[in-house]
Design a protein around this ligand. Structure first.
Ligand code: CTP
Length: 398
């Protein structure tokens, strides 16, 4: 969402207290945010709080002379790349569905030709009322995008659908809409990332030093170019990348199942450091220290996810399969052998003998049918952006 501007219309509901968190997430994803706060919204969150966080003046009234002399409501709706309405109350949805322009929020929404995303939030009965259902159908027919609502316990004590979607989900939906014009729009790309954890018993596991940073950066870079990204990650301690569908797994076998479930895809990037072996029979209960001394672990080989997917029949195989090769010695020679053995189209070879695993930079060579393309050492974000651009070029427009 780098450089994009979002107009955030904040309605009057208890979920408005989540809006500061949403503003931060949108900014972190690279967007600038300006807020329009309804009078009801101002009962739940103050213009001062939103103004301080968004670092922009918060507009509340339609008849604010200084702004309206310059046709402020038209400018607000023109300047934005996307309008997000959160929380979208039953009242705001009704106003939008009937084209009212009775306050600044509804006027801005009527005056815009930009994409609009609403995050409904209301009591479950209001959400299920035929009038709201009708309004929702009208808004969908008008091309309005909707995220949520979620199901759960509500501020009124009732249970059911009506809770506003979490700020992360709203950010992701906004990200998808804003990326829709990128070179990967209409494409679905899978990315595996991070380590896998292979249990020894319920409290112990075998892992590796992968931080998941390179895979997360690739997922984010692909999403930025407009791809729908399924980001399948082992346990990591880093933040989820912006604008992707996150699928969390623990073991190699779970990762393979998640990858298969996410197919079909146009491309798949296997950046995960998958454990080659698992403990053959993980103990069901914690292994106790005892008179028998240290336990002996027997290992079984894990499925090779990359090789499995690369060997799928053409109609199910992603058109572009990209593997990584983590090597500590004979990097290129091993990478050539690995590319042939795994059957992938591209292989990104990286030397992990230094502090690449967990570090911020990377030096890679991309091997494909055309030869070997050595890139200079750069940040993992840099590698990710260059790789995403290469994938976009290879796939072409959808
Ligand atoms: N990979 C995979 N499933 C596995 C092992 C590896 O999908 N069970 C993928 C990795 O995500 C990476 C590529 O295969 O894209 C190569 O991983 P790497 O660890 O370099 O190679 P290995 O196949 O594990 O071989 P070795 O450890 O012998 O170098």
């Amino acid at each position: 969402m780098n450089g994009k501007s979002i107009l955030l219309v904040v309605g009057g509901g208890i979920a408005a207290c989540k809006i500061p968190a949403l503003i931060r997430l949108l900014q972190k994803a690279g967007a600038s945010v300006q807020c329009v706060l309804t009078h009801a919204g101002a009962e739940f969150v103050t213009p001062l709080a939103l103004g301080a966080l968004s670092r922009a003046p918060v507009r509340t009234g339609l008849f604010d002379l200084d702004d309206e002399a310059a046709m402020g409501h038209i400018q607000l709706s023109r300047a934005a790349d996307l309008i997000v309405v959160a929380p979208a109350t039953a009242d705001l949805m009704a106003k939008m569905a009937t084209g009212q322009a009775s306050d600044l929020a509804s006027t801005v929404l009527l005056a815009t030709d930009k994409p609009v995303l609403i995050a409904p939030a209301m009591n479950v009965r209001m959400w299920q009322h035929p009038a709201t259902r009708r309004n929702l159908a009208t808004l969908l027919a008008d091309g309005v995008h909707v995220v949520g609502p979620d199901e759960g316990e509500m501020a009124c004590g009732e249970f059911g659908p009506g809770r506003m979607a979490e700020p992360e989900a709203i950010r992701d939906a906004a990200h998808r809409l804003l990326g829709a014009d990128g070179p990967l729009s209409g494409r679905h790309v899978l990315v595996t990332s991070g380590p896998t954890h292979e249990p020894i018993d319920p409290v112990r596991y075998i892992a590796n030093r992968s931080s998941g940073r390179q895979g997360a950066a690739i997922a984010a870079a692909l999403a930025k170019l407009g791809a729908r990204v399924s980001y399948i990650t082992g346990p990591v301690a880093i933040a989820d990348p912006a604008g992707v569908d996150v699928i969390r797994v623990q073991t190699a076998r779970e990762m393979l199942a998640a990858v298969e479930a996410a197919l079909p895809a146009d491309a798949a990037v296997f950046a995960a450091a998958v454990a080659d072996w698992r403990v053959d029979k993980a103990a069901a209960c914690k292994i106790k220290k005892g008179k028998d001394g240290a336990p002996a672990l027997a290992f079984a080989e894990n499925p090779d996810i990359l090789a499995t997917i690369a060997a799928l029949p053409a109609q199910r195989r992603p058109r572009l399969v990209v593997g990584f090769a983590a090597e500590t010695d004979n990097v290129l020679a091993n990478a050539r052998t690995k590319r042939a053995a795994k059957g992938c189209d591209w292989l990104v070879a990286n030397d992990v003998s230094g502090d690449v695993m967990g570090g911020a930079s990377n030096q890679v060579t991309v091997l494909d049918d055309a030869g070997e393309d050595a890139w200079p050492e750069m940040s993992k974000t840099g590698v990710a952006e260059r790789l995403a651009a290469r994938i976009a070029e290879a796939l072409g427009p959808a």
